[in-house]
Write a protein that binds this ligand. Structure first.
Ligand code: RUQ
Ligand code: CUA
Length: 663
């Protein structure tokens, strides 16, 4: 009891000391900044950037695409959040993409990006992102820069340790952040944490042909928190490494109670072994409810299916799947180097960086060099797994990325810097300040077996005095450093949208040639598509009015519609007939309780509108598409519920409208 109290006081002191240190590293004036050659980030007008930088949006639930080295923002890709700019989550086709077992969830907190790899190298096919709040994993197609799949994760309570991918994108892996009660009865006292709360890791298989995701199996683990992870590669392919915290299994005031132990764990998972158990029929099917939402590129429509079962393995019974390795103190990042031999743990409250050796971990397992068990899982002796420690690297290490020359770059939140060190010798080589309090960092190809190197980007948590103030909230900020020489040099500050967590960069040459320009109109299988103006029409189905509309420069067909009555729901199905790159048309109607829709060439999108009053309502194209864009408009008339105004529609044929013949 007494030692416990002393422990508690000591940990409180440690937290306090960290805070004091943080105060000491408070922002300095910009004049203190030593910068390198800023012209290195200059991309002349009309020239292309060298890299695509895919950046998580954090609490905006989106991904964004920047160019490197210019830092120019090209695109925001809506993923888990509704996006009025293009109607994502507002159009009828995209709403199913945001369906979950909790119903429609139009927001999330996207922290991490994983770009698909083949043989450990970027292949430019997909970008995966995690939903941290309502656990989901999304897949974005890098041809269209569109979210094409969202898979919900059952038994997960916050999907932070996610998504991380294996060498050939065999699996996208997602570990729960919060352990939660699972099974038939989840209505249990919170104080029963140790008995009832479990952590689950989902191994999501990715179809190599079309990228389709499926939960292959889940691993049941003791109730701890998983923070981050990386797959092994090369010699360690077949293994996965996760950082854990709250191995104290606290359920209140975690700030103190989850920082008591000197060491938490890195969890090493032998997923090839897990696959063997699955093949041998050792998995148990368990009831679960989760949504699987898939975008169909031919109907331009998302389809949501509720799944009801998941396959699980219990590593406390099936041995040889999971091992724990002690790691000082609340590890955050857990990163494997390009060779796959070294695993770097970054303890948020630690003053050193432990580097583990895959060879040593294997030897320790073979020789049973265990210091005991944690909840039935063997714990490997720290020294037995350790390659060595980086001594006095800085304060508050968070994440590590690698270059192609055997160097590591670690971000330090508390001391607000990037530190470069040699992975083999563990010698610190260089350090640069960040402005301020860096979280993640990213080297192009940094998490792959073949880093592209050249730059490191800092994604900072605090902006303070770096930009013109914009009220209480300042822009989010990234900083670009040139790492081609021995010394890192700051060459650019650039603002980002949302809160950037992790990001990845990929050479433009792997993405650019494959970028989709249009959707072929003859391949449009949308059930409400009007493939040509001759096919436009307005149909009443009970209280639903379906408008099959087309858009082409510079008119909407039909542009006069009558016969809608109060109490009707109007569905504007707009097909963009253009077959020309970069000519979307938009569509909006006065008073609609949603957003516009933005329709790509060859695509059909649907805006639902329920008029609440009678009258004549204008609708128009929202995207400036031609010199006569302002003329791209129309009117829809709404009559009282009992009226007998017939359904009529036309474009440019006044007499038809008068006769009620339609078009
Ligand atoms: S986290 S600042 Cu949500 Cu990736 Cu480390
Ligand atoms: Cu179409 Cu403006």
């Amino acid at each position: 009891m007494k030692t416990r109290t002393i422990y508690r006081v000591l940990s409180l002191l440690a937290v306090f000391a960290t805070l004091v240190l943080w105060q000491a590293c408070k922002p300095q004036a910009p004049s203190d900044v030593t910068t390198g050659d800023a012209s290195k980030s200059y991309v002349a007008p009309g020239k292309y950037d060298e890299f695509y930088n895919v950046v998580s949006g954090g609490f905006n639930g989106q991904m964004s695409i920047y160019g490197l080295p210019s830092g120019r923002l090209f695109r925001i890709i809506p993923v888990f959040s509704q996006f009025p700019e293009n109607g994502w989550g507002y159009s009828e086709e995209t709403k199913p993409m945001l369906n979950t077992s909790h119903g429609f969830v139009p927001w999330d907190d996207l922290h991490h990006i994983a770009l698909s790899t083949t043989k450990g190298e970027h292949d430019g096919r997909w970008a995966f992102g995690n939903a941290n709040n309502t656990p989901r994993v999304a897949r974005v197609d890098m041809k269209t820069f569109k979210t094409v799949e969202i898979l919900e994760l059952p038994n997960s309570g916050g999907n932070h340790s996610s998504p991380f991918i294996t060498e050939n994108t065999e699996y996208v892996v997602a570990g729960t952040r919060f352990s939660v009660p699972v099974g038939e009865n989840t209505d249990v006292p919170i104080s029963s944490f140790k008995e009832n709360f479990k952590g689950y890791i989902s191994f999501i298989s990715v179809d190599p042909a079309d990228g389709k995701m499926k939960i292959a199996f889940q691993l049941k683990t003791p109730g701890v928190s998983f923070d981050l992870a990386r797959a092994g590669k090369g010699p360690s392919h077949g293994w996965f490494f996760f950082s854990t915290y709250n191995t104290e299994q606290a359920y209140t005031l975690l700030e103190v109670n989850a920082s008591q132990k000197d060491k938490d764990f890195i969890m090493a998972v032998n997923w090839k072994k897990a696959e063997e158990y699955i093949k041998a029929g050792k998995g148990t099917k368990s009831k679960a409810k989760y949504a699987h939402n898939v975008w169909d590129e031919s109907t331009h429509t998302g389809v949501s299916t509720i799944m009801d079962e998941v396959l699980q393995l219990d590593p406390s019974e099936l041995k040889d799947i999971i091992y724990f390795i002690p790691c000082p103190k609340s590890p955050h990042g857990c990163d494997t180097d390009p060779t796959g031999e070294y695993i770097v743990g970054s303890g948020k409250l630690a003053a050193l960086i432990p580097v583990f050796s895959f060879t040593k971990i294997q030897a320790a397992i073979a020789n049973k060099e265990f210091e005991g068990e944690f909840a039935g899982i063997p714990v490997i002796k720290y020294e037995a797994a350790l390659h060595g420690e980086v001594k006095k690297p800085g304060l508050g290490p968070l994440h590590t990325e690698f270059d192609e020359k055997g160097n590591a770059y670690t971000s330090f939140f508390v001391s607000s810097e990037i530190v470069k060190w040699n992975v083999k010798t563990l010698e610190v080589l260089d350090r640069v300040p960040t402005y301020y309090s860096i979280g993640h960092l990213s080297v192009p190809g940094g998490p792959t077996a073949k880093p592209h190197g050249k730059y490191v980007v800092a994604y900072n948590k605090i902006t303070k005095d770096r930009y013109l103030p914009t009220g209480p909230e300042l822009t989010q900020s990234a900083q670009l450093y040139d790492i081609s020489g021995d010394k890192m040099q700051l060459i650019l500050d650039f603002p980002t949208t949302g809160e950037p967590h992790y990001a990845e960069s990929i050479p433009a040459s792997l993405i650019m040639p494959n970028s989709t320009k249009i959707y072929k109109i003859e391949e449009n299988k949308h059930p409400y598509a009007a493939l040509g103006e001759a096919n436009t029409k307005v149909e009443r189905k009970g209280k639903e009015v379906h408008v099959y509309m087309t858009a082409i420069r510079s008119h909407l067909t039909p542009d006069n519609i009558e016969g809608v009555k109060l109490g009707d729901e109007v569905f504007f199905h707009v097909t963009n007939l253009e077959q020309d790159w970069d000519v979307p048309h938009g569509f909006a109607v006065k008073g609609a309780n949603n957003a516009e829709i933005l329709i790509m060439p060859g695509e059909t999108s649907t805006l639902k509108w329920k008029p609440l009053s009678t009258g004549v309502f204008p609708f128009y194209c929202t995207d400036f598409c031609s010199a006569l864009h302002q003329e791209m408009q129309g009117y829809i008339r709404v009559s009282p519920a009992g009226s007998n105004v017939p359904v009529k529609f036309s474009t440019g044929k006044i007499e038809d409208l008068a006769s009620g013949a339609g078009q």
